[in-house]
Design a protein around this ligand. Structure first.
Ligand SMILES: Nc1nc2c(ncn2[C@@H]2O[C@H](COP(=O)(O)OP(=O)(O)OP(=O)(O)O)[C@@H](O)[C@H]2O)c(=O)[nH]1
Ligand SMILES: [Mg+2]
Ligand SMILES: [Zn+2]
Length: 396
């Protein structure tokens, strides 16, 4: 959303030099970068008159001064630097380690190693998420080699994030669906985990596709029930085996032309499946460790990979304890999509569908209209610590 400000300021066309105040952190590193800022963007120092804007950029308490930055636009509630596109290339961040980003140029497909213009760190609301895998960026080539500097990060849509030490950690940006991969064995099928990922997808407004892998290890009849449970409520389910190739064509049809984040526990076969979908990917895979049946986290960081037939996939690291970000306990039912028609039959408007009488959701479970396993998942998710924390932080 464009920030209007208290003085009737309006969003202006790029390049018009709109002034937006940016709080500068009292931090040695940032101070060094201030000098660049001064040259590039900053004009006069001004008194604080619209503190709310600054607060959205960085936390209170660590502020030393406030400046007006010229050349920043607010779009979709995100700050976007105004940059002269002359001499710049557009690209996509395919991975990053530390401060070095791999950016694939849109026009040529060539990958550049890019650093990040210092001012972008100052503009970022959270220093952890200055650049996220999947970001669309404007960058400038430096010298003759394939090196560059990211000048601008375009507003993000479809961001997946998790809660790490109670702060948002973005995993991947600009996706339109999540592929939730599980396995029938090694490790065992965990519908609770599927439900958790589904909730995350609903929360972020992205589609979800479920893939149940390793069906070569069991009789497919044994997984049909779980597949039906999700199919019935509208989620596409693919039964697959990356070993014998079943389900791979179907899986490919869901991935081609789309922006997909691939999620799931370590060892379920995410990388193996992607290798079958597109043989050019050559992702490394690893044996599931014997006794624990837990994967070894072969894929250690998010990487965005172009598919030969179009579209991108992000092979995200398997997450053992995937915490949900930014969901209140009272919102959980809204993300269980099949509950929605029944909520209006609850007697109490704030019904939590737990102990209450005259509950439309519980009645639907009794009548078999909502699967009891999904309802149990719902109860488990509601009982999680994160919600307790979030609700108490809100003063509830
Ligand atoms: N039996 C069987 N084993 C499979 C199948 N798909 C993958 N595996 C095995 O499962 C193990 C883990 O596969 P990966 O593809 O590395 O799993 P991952 O989900 O990418 O794991 P992380 O990168 O750790 O998150 C490997 O030993 C694979 O050979 C399958 O369809 N059937
Ligand atoms: Mg992997
Ligand atoms: Zn209810």
């Amino acid at each position: 959303m464009a920030k209007k400000g208290g003085k009737g300021k309006k969003k202006r066309a790029p390049g018009s030099g709109q002034k937006i105040r940016v709080d500068i952190r009292r931090n040695k590193q940032v101070r060094t970068r201030d000098q660049n800022l001064t040259h590039e963007l900053l004009s006069d120092e001004v008194a604080a008159e619209d503190a709310s804007y600054g607060e959205r950029i960085t936390g209170k308490g660590s502020l030393s001064r406030r400046r007006t930055v010229v050349g920043v636009e607010a779009e979709d509630d995100q700050l976007v630097r105004v940059v002269d596109p002359e001499g710049c290339l557009t690209g996509r961040v395919t991975s990053f380690v530390g401060l070095a980003c791999q950016v694939q140029c849109e026009a040529t497909g060539v990958t550049f190693e890019c650093s990040i213009r210092g001012v972008l760190r100052t503009l970022a609301r959270d220093s952890r998420n200055v650049v996220v895998t999947g970001d669309r960026v404007l960058f400038r080539q430096e010298g003759d080699s394939y090196q560059g500097v990211i000048e601008r990060i375009e507003p993000r849509h479809g961001v997946l994030s998790r809660n790490s030490h109670r702060r948002e950690h973005m995993i991947v940006a600009n996706i339109d669906q999540v592929l939730i991969v599980t396995s029938v064995a090694e490790p065992d099928l965990k519908t609770n985990l599927i439900d958790r990922y589904l909730m995350m997808a609903e929360r972020h407004g992205v589609k979800a596709v479920i893939c149940i892998n390793k069906i070569d290890l069991v009789d497919p009849i044994d997984v049909q029930q779980a597949a039906n449970m999700y199919g019935r409520i509208g989620y596409p389910v693919v039964l697959a085996s990356s070993h014998d190739g079943r389900g791979i064509d179907q899986l490919r049809s869901y991935l081609v032309g789309r922006q997909t984040a691939v999620s799931g526990q370590s060892g379920v076969g995410k990388s193996s499946l992607l290798n079958r979908v597109d043989e050019g990917l050559h992702l490394s895979t690893a044996d599931v460790s014997d006794s624990s049946s837990k994967g070894t986290h072969t894929t250690r960081r998010s990487r965005l990979l172009p598919l030969a037939d179009g579209g991108w996939v992000a092979d995200t690291p398997g997450i053992r304890q995937f915490e949900l970000w930014d969901i209140g306990m009272d919102e959980v039912d809204g993300y269980f999509i099949e509950f929605r028609p029944f909520v209006s039959y609850c007697r109490y408007p704030s019904c939590g569908h737990t102990h209450e009488t005259d509950c439309g959701v519980k009645d639907a479970v009794t009548e078999g209209l909502i699967h009891s396993r999904r309802y149990e998942s719902y109860l488990r998710l509601r009982a999680e610590d994160i919600f307790v924390w979030k609700n108490s932080a809100r003063g509830q």
